[in-house]
Design a protein around this ligand. Structure first.
Ligand code: IDP
Ligand code: MG
Length: 136
């Protein structure tokens, strides 16, 4: 039975600045993901605040929103079977120090805040996040 899903991925400013776009996209493609939509943009801080609203009570919320809106990002819809979980596995742990070998954050992440990629954490949030960037 086919279980094709979509998830939202973002290449964050630290990775765009270091020109890691093609390496990271290659990682998605070689792991079976198709990039079905994509755009390159710079968020206003107020947009980042909306996007990360689930984290608004966290101590790092302000820095996180400053950071996500600090430079160009590349936003993509990734598609494959079990895309949400498989992308989380391919990304690795939030803190690159704890990420497994071969994961994107282990390979490219600098620190817990500059961890190179975002990925939706559930099918429900994937829908909300895809809508946020592509249906307006
Ligand atoms: P995730 O990106 O692995 O889903 P979340 O817990 O959803 O991790 O946090 C969103 C983002 O906020 C992380 O990717 C990271 O950049 C940042 N972040 C999470 N925890 C911390 C922290 O303890 N200090 C600073 N930044 C953090
Ligand atoms: Mg998250």
């Amino acid at each position: 039975m086919s279980n094709i899903e979509q998830t939202l991925s973002i290449i964050k400013p630290d990775a765009v600045e270091r020109e890691l776009e093609s390496q990271i996209k290659e990682k998605f493609k070689s792991n079976g993901f198709t990039i079905t939509k994509e755009k390159k943009l710079k968020l206003e801080k107020s947009d980042a605040e909306k996007f990360y609203k689930v984290h608004e009570t966290k101590p790092f919320y302000n820095d996180l929103c400053e950071y996500l809106s600090s430079g160009i990002i590349i936003v993509m819809v990734l598609e494959k079977e079990n895309a949400v979980k498989d992308n989380r596995d391919l990304m690795g742990a939030t803190d690159p120090k704890n990420a497994k070998d071969g994961t994107i954050r282990k390979l490219y992440g600098i620190s817990i805040d500059k961890n190179s990629v975002h990925g939706s954490d559930s099918i429900e949030n994937a829908k909300i996040e895809i809508d946020f960037f592509f249906n307006n």
